[in-house]
Write a protein that binds this ligand. Structure first.
Ligand code: PZK
Length: 287
């Protein structure tokens, strides 16, 4: 991390540094969380997989929306990016009914004000992707909000723009992933505004940490789906009867190795690039 200095903040599994007035460094660690708890055991190269995948999607979607990426550092886990004024909403797109979307639908028949057909089952594919914004919680969980509340927070015109762009980004990625055996059930985008008042895609995008990735060959609506990346970790944690409160359990080597292999499999399926080539030169994902 040569010239970057000021530590601006920590996410559960990432760190943010200031490079200068215009640039930030986003560093993805190998930490993993499950059931909202960061585990004491790391998954080697997980941060590189997520950084490489984000870079891949940024390069592939630059015609849909400008993004904050300036450079991938040679370590493969650090993204140099433009410093933006971030929008105060999480831009979630759902193509399938899972997580809080399923929970809200079961209770009200709606998700973020989208009235959905009656009789839908858990994990079913929606008639079309829906934009389901949420507020950014500093502690605890993000809260789903309707379009009126989101428009109050970002402005009506900006709301229309992020909705359209978010859905276009999701459609592109979901189709690309589905052709490679991965269902992207939903995903969360973060956007910022640049000095020319233009919308810019920021943060990490379309990774297994910011999305639900499901193995397409096991997809069976009507219940919860296995996670493409974290299922070994979840199954192991369930087998312990752990209360899902801090501290999390250490993971055995076999769970670490299996989970690392799944992250690398997702990277290679989605990018068509051997992960070893990424390690040699992270810029391969940007071509
Ligand atoms: C920004 N975060 C979230 C990520 C953390 C926190 N391009 C940008 N410009 C200005 N701010 C941000 C970004 C981006 N991306 C992102 N918070 C601010 C975050 C990682 C670690 F502690």
């Amino acid at each position: 991390m040569p010239e970057a200095t000021l530590h601006l903040g920590s996410g559960k599994v990432r760190e943010l540094y200031a490079v200068d007035d215009e640039r930030l460094l986003l560093v993805a660690s190998d930490r993993i969380s499950t059931f909202d708890v960061v585990l004491p055991t790391e998954i080697p190269d997980k941060g590189r997989v997520l950084t490489g995948l984000s870079g891949f999607w940024f390069a592939r979607t630059r015609d849909v929306c400008a993004n904050h990426l300036l450079a991938l550092r040679p370590d493969g886990r650090s993204t140099e990016c433009r410093r933006l004024e971030m929008l105060p909403i999480e831009c979630v797109v759902r193509g399938y009914l899972a997580g809080s979307g399923w929970k809200d639908y079961r209770q009200t028949g709606e998700v973020c004000g989208h009235l959905l057909p009656a009789g839908l089952t858990e994990s079913v594919e929606l008639p079309g992707p829906i934009f389901t914004p949420a507020t950014k919680a500093t502690t605890g969980h993000d809260e789903n909000i309707d379009r009126a509340r989101a428009a109050e927070l970002v402005g009506a015109d900006r709301f229309d723009e992020v909705e359209e762009i978010s859905i276009a980004l999701y459609r592109y990625a979901a189709q690309h992933a589905r052709e490679r055996g991965i269902v992207i059930a939903d995903t969360k985008f973060e956007f910022g505004i640049d000095e020319d008042d233009r919308l810019v895609l920021a943060d990490e995008a379309l990774t297994p940490d910011s999305s639900r990735f499901w193995p397409a060959d096991e997809y069976q609506p009507g219940g919860s789906q296995p996670s493409f990346d974290k299922q070994f970790v979840r199954d192991y944690c369930e087998s312990l009867g752990w209360a899902k409160t801090e501290p999390g359990p250490e993971l055995p080597d076999v769970v670490v190795a299996g989970t690392r292999a799944r992250y690398i499999e997702a990277f290679e399926r989605l990018t068509d690039i051997p992960f070893d080539r990424y390690l040699e030169d992270p810029k391969v994902v940007l071509r």
